[in-house]
Design a protein around this ligand. Structure first.
Ligand code: GAP
Length: 472
């Protein structure tokens, strides 16, 4: 049995992600910018692979879901109608001495967790949270008194399109706090310009922005992030059935398409609901890097006809749908699946990152970091490595690289020893390393090394493309 270790905490995660070109802190040359991250050469490919996998399952392979790409900015009334201006808030508490701000619910949860107790802090009001803080004499992490909790709206304001003189609270434009509002605003357009009938879904991937009070968990909670959301429009009688179908479907996506082990995932029902939901489940993942704690990955929400009704009221447009099959007119109800792209990214790396003790070529014990990510999601699919930096080896290797490049992301590497080059590729999750050696010059065969087993096979270089395609 190989000895293995997983990520021990977020510090190790963050420094590894930076060193291996996945995630960089934002604006480092200016001293950093809190709760925003940039995705490096391998990180940006992994994000794209996740987006593509979601889109394929959600839109391409389904007949009842279409795609959309709506603007980040929307008419200011959107956010009044949706209820976000009034109700999209977290409760903040401030350390009276250091002025550091905390989310009140998180502080209370931590207080009880340290005593081995779990409490449900879902959607508590500032007054309820204050009472808990007082009754239990909860202090800040620095041991200081806390100021009274207060609501803090999460929408990010902009001054788009306004001159300074005309800029007032009424015409504030917001950066979208969730992507799905763009879907609701386009529901009528999509129904009238496509031949889609209900039940049907609209899917969208895009950036969302929230003024998170605290964002200290690497890329888990950031102020700029990306959502992959699908809104399923249906008759109210179908809600229960659709809810169960989507719950099953989404869990299966995490296990089958992303390759996450079943026992690292679970459903958690919300005890108290956010203002728009009538039922809500989260899919949670057990993060190695966050002390083996389960935390939210994806939300599955029954939103009733709340959003369309609100937009109808504020815009004066009718949002009713005439259902020919039922001979009935109604405002459709919505089932939502909403997942953060960056959280999926974090889960995939958290699950895949493995430090292994192995035996090297000399029979000595060695360690390697290997990213055991599902091969089809790996940023680089193959690395082409000439054994020696000599023209014969190099030109063969470069020819092979060129032939594979039209199909896959591949890398060519001729620096350092072959062992070091294998390690580099293991660490970024490259499934196959293809080495051009002396024998290649004689019979055109190459070695193909598998990332996980580290076993090598020898095949003709003309067969490499098909071999990789069949084994991804
Ligand atoms: N439209 C529904 C909605 O936005 P949500 O539970 O607030 O629901 C859905 O967000 C998902 O978006 C979450 O499950 C999470 O994956 C992701 N998400 C939310 N806030 C985030 C943040 N600050 N940083 C990164 N991802 C976030």
């Amino acid at each position: 049995m190989k000895k293995e270790r997983k990520l021990k905490d977020l510090n190790e995660f963050q420094s590894w992600a930076k060193e291996s070109a996945f995630v960089y802190p934002s604006s480092e040359i200016y001293g950093g910018f809190a709760a925003v991250y940039d995705y490096g050469p391998y990180g940006s490919i992994l994000l794209k692979n996740i987006r593509d996998a979601w889109w394929k399952s959600m839109v391409q392979e389904r007949d009842d879901v279409v795609g959309l790409d709506s603007g980040i900015f929307m008419h200011p009334t959107t956010w009044l109608a949706s209820g976000h201006v009034g109700g999209f808030a977290d409760v903040l508490v401030e350390d009276k001495k250091t002025n550091i701000r905390y989310r009140a619910d998180h502080l209370i949860e931590k207080f009880f967790a340290e005593k081995g107790e779990t409490v449900d802090m879902d959607k508590k009001t500032p007054e309820e949270l204050q009472q808990i803080i007082e009754e239990n004499d909860i202090k800040s992490p620095d041991g200081n008194e806390l100021a009274a909790p207060r609501s803090f709206n999460l929408l990010v304001k902009s001054n788009l399109g306004s001159t300074d003189a005309s800029f007032d609270e009424k015409n504030v434009t917001y950066l979208r706090g969730e992507t799905c509002q763009g879907i609701y605003l386009n529901f009528k357009n999509i129904i009238s310009t496509t031949r889609k009938k209900l039940p049907m879904g609209i899917a969208q991937i895009g950036k969302a922005f929230r003024n998170e009070i605290v964002a200290r968990q690497f890329i888990f909670r950031t102020r700029e992030f990306e959502q992959m959301e699908m809104q399923y429009f249906h008759h109210p009688d179908d809600t229960e059935k659709k809810y169960e179908e989507w719950k099953k479907d989404r869990m299966k996506w995490h296990t089958d398409v992303l390759g996450i082990p079943e026992d690292s995932l679970r459903f958690k029902e919300h005890a108290k609901l956010i203002f728009y939901a009538t039922a809500a489940f989260d899919i949670q993942y057990k993060f190695n890097s966050m002390g083996d704690a389960f935390d939210e990955l994806e939300g599955i929400h029954a939103r009733s006809n709340y959003d369309l009704t609100q937009h109808a009221k504020h815009s004066g447009e009718k949002m009713e749908y005439f259902d020919q099959s039922r001979n009935e007119k109604y405002i459709p109800h919505i089932m939502e699946t909403s997942v953060g792209l960056n959280r999926i990214f974090m889960m995939l790396l958290d699950d895949a990152w493995t430090e292994e003790q192995i035996e090297n070529a000399k029979g000595e014990t060695d360690t390697r970091i290997v990213l055991k990510i599902k091969k089809s999601l790996a940023p680089i699919k193959a690395a082409i490595l000439p054994l020696m930096r000599k023209p014969d080896f190099q030109s063969k290797a470069l020819d092979l690289k060129k032939s594979l490049q039209s199909e896959f992301m591949v890398e060519y590497d001729e620096t350092a020893s072959i062992g070091k080059r294998y390690r580099r590729q293991d660490e970024i999750g490259t499934p196959y390393c293809i080495t051009v050696d002396h024998q290649t010059l004689e019979d055109n065969s190459v070695t193909v090394r598998d990332r996980d087993s580290m076993k090598q096979i020898r095949i003709n270089s003309d067969e490499v493309m098909d071999y990789i395609k069949e084994n991804l």
